[in-house]
Design a binder for this molecule. Structure first.
Ligand code: CA
Length: 230
């Protein structure tokens, strides 16, 4: 099997080395860049399967680097590594094309679990159709797009993951814990709102009125279900 390539853009040598060792041990092919511009050049040259991007880099800020990475490859999963924990930074990162973020200090175990989940998810489930309608919105999972009239919007890696996981269950509820584990590789926890945050964003793309969802429904105290005919 061809090894998955992970590009790590991180200027702190200790952290870069730690990440590189742990991911190499897991069987990934790891390349490290210690500046944003080297990272962008390597992304162009190597076309990695996933990118870990530090937010605070010596030559550029991670948000700007993220935009450039996204312009090179609109589908590659990008996980931001940030020492900041402010909600605003996370939201900004996600808006600029990051798929997810890890707040430093994070455990190597958590990172490895996250990477494994990314690649497990990248293997398509054969039971799920790739294109279907949600109301008037045309969804294309392979292209990671939603089309409403003439407007095409990009779906993020995790949004596609959520849709696939819900579709597999054919309208039955899927628990928040299961989604966390399956898509993010994370342990379930009562304070973990990751899934909910992504559901809010996804609803803005697929529902007519995001806060009055008709298709992607909350199952109170449990999780979510997707009610569509495919
Ligand atoms: Ca840094």
């Amino acid at each position: 099997m061809v090894k998955k390539k992970i590009l790590v853009i991180e200027d702190e040598p200790q952290i870069a080395l730690g990440l590189s060792d742990a991911l190499t041990f897991e069987g990934f092919d790891v390349v490290v860049a210690d500046t944003g511009q080297k990272g962008v050049a390597l992304a162009q040259q190597l076309r990695p399967n996933a990118i870990l991007l530090d937010l605070m880099l010596p030559d550029d800020n991670g948000f700007h680097v993220c935009e450039q990475l996204r312009a090179i490859d609109r589908l590659v999963p990008i996980v931001m590594l940030t020492a900041r924990s402010s909600e605003a930074d996370k939201i900004r990162g996600l808006e600029l094309g990051a798929d997810d973020y890890l707040t430093k200090p994070f455990s190597v175990g958590e990172l490895v679990a996250r990477m494994r989940a990314i690649f497990r998810r990248a293997e398509r489930s054969p039971d799920v159709v790739e294109t279907f309608l949600i109301g008037k919105v045309q969804v294309n999972l392979a292209a990671q797009t939603v089309t409403r009239g003439k407007t095409v919007e990009q779906l993020s890696f995790y949004e596609v993951g959520l849709l696939r996981a819900l579709l597999e269950r054919k309208g039955e509820p899927v628990s928040r814990d299961e989604l966390l584990q399956k898509i993010w590789g994370l342990e379930a926890g009562p304070t973990n709102r990751t899934v909910d945050n992504f559901i809010v964003k996804l609803r803005r793309k697929i529902e007519d009125v995001a806060d009055k969802p008709e298709f992607l429904l909350t199952v109170y105290g449990y999780g979510y279900k997707l009610v569509v005919v495919v």
